[in-house]
Design a protein around this ligand. Structure first.
Ligand SMILES: Cc1ncc(COP(=O)(O)O)c(C=O)c1O
Length: 395
């Protein structure tokens, strides 16, 4: 959970600021971010993985321009998956030579734009390699390899097994590297990303062992591979417990990985997940066979519970003393999946009370939509106890 959220008396505070004050000033629903949480996560990554490779923030997790500027100012590059994300990274001050372009379906226009800007491309198929070679021979590229490793995360965020659309299967990798060389490209990087919200080291250990073997065989076939992009996926806790140990991954790489290869990492969720809180207001209660608490945020604002059955802790912004009841916290959208939590045990909130949906900084606003013609939410960044509006309502 976000360490910057805590109660002072009955009031939930973010970085010394009562969340009720933020709701009063900016309205609800509203995404509120803590700069100190992002700085803390960034510092932990820099102290561990940053000592053995370069770090690129996966912009898809949260592309708010103010957060991007903050993250790039701390020395992170960018992992992007569309022209829009590349532009957002450039606009927020990330130099082109620290941006990589990933994704299974890059259009010819996007590839041309990236090459023009001098942005490194991680190709995901043989046909994409051919498309890059048609645009620019001599380009250095990475090839995303699907190592055939199950990261034991949710099916929709697993990307390293053969049934998923991502990368080139490891058995076909030598041919793909050869094809790239023959087409006049310089395929000097093995890239991978085995999934998101990974909580144990084991999938990384397995995948890296396979990729080291691949690298050795490519080198002995005269294909010089100088870099490995490990991808992201480092999980965070959405309740009690600890985040994925980036220190253990550092130790593994330090111990078992050959020297003389450049490493890079693409964390998204790990940097911003804890930093965000979605503050929402209770509209109505319905007490029948099930007790429903209807709030003003919906699945269009935060889709993770509906899409992945993801758990987010939900806290009252002002604590009440009444007896806890079992209730479902639901949004106003016309779908039964529009439910943030089932069977929550909490004192029944009153109409008008505020609730805080925790750890919503990653894949929250960035996955939101205007479904049901609902406007996009405003975003607020809290720095040293001061709130600043970093995205207007509806934009
Ligand atoms: C290629 C790539 N790199 C990095 C990430 C970031 O993942 P996470 O936010 O789990 O760290 C993703 C997420 O899907 C991705 O597709």
């Amino acid at each position: 959970m976000n360490n910057d959220l805590n109660y002072q008396g009955s009031d939930l505070m973010l970085d010394r600021l009562p969340l009720a004050d933020v709701a009063k000033e900016f309205g609800t629903p509203v995404y509120v971010y803590s700069a100190s949480s992002i700085r803390r996560q960034a510092a932990r990554l820099m102290r561990s993985l940053g000592t053995i490779g370069s770090l690129r923030y996966a912009v898809k997790a949260n592309a708010n321009p103010a957060l991007l500027s903050l993250i790039f100012s701390m020395g992170f590059g960018a992992d992007t998956v569309s022209r829009g994300e590349i532009q957002a990274a450039l606009d927020a001050g990330c130099p082109a030579d620290r941006i990589v372009f990933s994704g299974v379906g890059k259009t010819p226009e996007e590839l041309a734009f990236a090459l023009d800007q001098g942005i490194f491309i991680n190709a995901e198929s043989e046909e994409e390699l051919a498309a890059i070679a048609r645009l620019q021979t001599g380009a250095h590229v990475g090839i995303r390899i699907n190592p055939g490793v199950d990261a034991h995360t949710h099916q929709y965020v697993t990307t390293g097994t053969e049934e998923t659309k991502f990368g080139i299967p490891i058995d076909a990798a030598p041919d793909a590297f050869r094809l790239a060389m023959d087409a006049g490209l310089v395929p000097d990087t093995i890239s991978t990303h085995i999934g998101s919200q990974i909580t144990s080291l084991e999938p990384y250990r397995k995948s890296l062992a396979r990729l080291v073997e691949l690298r050795d065989s490519l080198m002995s076939d005269g294909i010089p591979v100088s870099a490995l992009d490990v991808g992201g996926g480092f999980g965070i806790t959405y309740d009690e417990g600890a985040d994925f140990s980036v220190e253990d991954l550092q130790a593994l790489l330090h111990r078992d990985f050959p020297q003389g290869i450049q490493l890079s990492f693409e964390p998204g969720r790990y940097l911003v997940g804890h930093a965000g809180t979605l503050v929402t207001r209770v509209l109505y209660r319905k007490r029948h066979a099930t007790t429903f608490v209807v709030v003003d945020a919906g699945m269009n604002d935060l889709i993770r519970p509906a899409l992945y059955r993801a758990h987010h802790a939900i806290l009252p912004v002002t604590r009440r003393d009444s007896e806890p009841v079992l209730c479902d916290i639901v949004g106003p959208v016309c779908e039964s999946a529009d439910c943030f939590a089932r069977d929550v045990h909490m004192p029944l909130p009153e109409q008008g009370d505020l609730l805080a949906i925790c750890d919503t900084g990653a894949y929250g606003w960035s996955m939101s939509s205007t479904y049901n013609s609902r406007p996009l939410l405003p975003e607020v960044l809290v720095e040293d106890g001061e709130p600043a509006l970093i995205r207007e309502h509806g934009q």
